[in-house]
Write a protein that binds this ligand. Structure first.
Ligand code: ADP
Ligand code: MG
Length: 284
């Protein structure tokens, strides 16, 4: 398969959008799978109590399995909870179990409650290097739609935000709120955070509306928006029920090819640029 460019340091992404059902999890698992297919070392952290990313990657995440909950609440090292994705060499997963649904509340009274995931990821990267393991090239954190402490932990742990945008009505609704929240995180908790990547998903090229939304997003965010767009595809939506990414479920499908293209583009941008999108959003 293709061999993607290795970044000069581990790139840590949060996949964010405050709307549910816009393709965050689908994008997380398929971009992660595609990067691993491209020969890179990738870690997915499932940070959503629903555990959809764990399901889609075929990872055991029944209640009680060591998970993101143990990492953020108990301080368990990531090395003790991480699982290999059997279907995709090079892909590691920290699963989410139903236990994580209590974490929002439990985090409130924890010391350094916003920094717990960042500390765990940093410790894990150091541990790998100390153990002589390959450096991770990418860490992708899948988030719940709400802006609670779990999502804040992801924003603090990451350097880059990837925003999937659904090419449908109201796609841009809530986007300036998301950008404002990212600005607050930058100001108070993580000055290094920036929106580096926007991915247009569920694109139906037959509709004028999809094209209009896509054009509008590209106009506002010309540097951030990937050239690759993800089509609306039944194969993409079927894959998770088989515990698979679309890349192994139907490698020749338009959805699989689009995610490979998107991931290749992400990898090719490995020299990180610091776009500050808050100015653009404020004009709306
Ligand atoms: P989120 O994580 O933002 O809530 P999901 O990734 O779970 O969103 O996607 C929501 C639903 O849309 C899921 O049922 C998923 O299978 C489906 N879906 C996501 N992307 C596509 C696509 N490109 N084509 C068709 N269905 C999709
Ligand atoms: Mg999700």
């Amino acid at each position: 398969g293709a061999r993607f460019e290795k970044p000069t340091e581990t790139r840590i992404f949060t996949i964010a959008n405050q709307k549910g059902g816009v393709g965050k999890t689908t994008t997380t698992v398929n971009v992660a799978g595609a990067l691993a297919n491209g020969g890179l070392n990738v870690l997915v952290i499932d940070n959503d109590p629903q555990g959809n990313a764990s399901t889609a990657l075929g990872i055991d995440h029944h209640a009680g399995v060591p998970s993101t909950y143990d990492v953020v609440i108990e301080g368990t090292p990531i090395s003790e909870v991480v699982q290999d994705c059997a279907a995709i060499p090079g892909l590691l997963v920290v699963p989410a179990t139903i236990d994580l649904s209590g974490a929002e509340i439990e985090l409130v009274s924890k010391v350094a409650r916003e920094n717990r995931l960042r500390n765990a990821v940093e410790a894990y990267l150091n541990w790998r290097s100390h153990e002589g393991l390959d450096r991770l090239d990418y860490v992708l954190i899948d988030c719940p739609p709400s802006l609670g402490l779990l999502t804040i932990n992801a924003f603090v742990a990451a350097r880059e935000v990837m925003i999937p945008i659904q090419c449908e009505y109201y796609a841009l609704e809530g986007l300036s709120q998301l950008l404002n929240n990212i600005e607050l995180i930058r100001g108070h908790l993580n000055p290094n955070l920036h929106v580096s990547t926007i991915l247009l998903t569920m694109f139906d090229k037959r509709t004028n509306l999809a094209r209009e939304v896509a054009d509008e997003v590209r106009e506002h965010f010309p540097l951030e928006t990937l050239a690759a767009t993800i089509p609306r595809s039944v194969r993409i939506s079927e894959a998770p029920s088989y515990g698979q990414t679309v890349l192994t479920y139907d490698p020749g499908s338009s959805g699989a090819l689009a995610y490979m293209e998107a991931a290749q583009e992400v990898a090719a941008r490995a020299t990180q640029t610091n776009h500050d999108m808050s100015a653009a959003s404020a004009e709306e």
